[in-house]
Design a protein around this ligand. Structure first.
Ligand code: ZN
Length: 137
């Protein structure tokens, strides 16, 4: 199913005169949502599919912008980027930590992150899963 959303604030829109394009164009954004979208783009690389899923889930969005991003910076200070995409198959937002290093070392880093922090959070954020993506692999 096609999900139309506003490109400025990420909110899902209903068709206007049967047109989703019109609806997205004419959306009256809440400035607060536009700011959060800017902040999201600043912190993550967003794959298109992730935008409506993240921006329409207030709990997940706050987590991504706040606590989670702090922990990612703390555990992966040398990450090249953090990428958000959406897997329809798993009905899950996928967060990729992009690292340019040896697989062994990267996996140790992820394991530490999982054991010390992330595994306690998983039950609260079942619609998010975190993976490594190694540059050059
Ligand atoms: Zn909007």
């Amino acid at each position: 199913m096609v999900e139309a959303f506003c490109l400025r604030c990420g909110k899902v829109v209903e068709p206007v005169d049967g047109s989703l394009f019109k609806a997205a164009q004419q959306h009256k954004c809440d400035e607060k949502d536009v700011k959060r979208m800017d902040e999201l783009i600043d912190k993550y690389n967003l794959v298109f599919s992730a935008i409506p899923k993240v921006c329409n889930d207030g709990k997940l969005l706050s987590f991504l912008l706040g606590e989670l991003h702090e922990k990612l910076r703390q555990y992966f200070p040398d990450a090249e980027s953090f990428v958000l995409s959406y897997s329809a198959e798993h009905e899950c937002v996928m967060l990729y930590v992009v690292l340019d290093k040896e697989p062994e070392e990267a996996r140790r880093q992820l394991q530490k992150f999982d054991e010390e922090w992330w595994l306690d959070m998983v039950p609260k954020y079942k619609n998010l899963s975190i993976h490594l993506r190694l540059v050059g692999e």
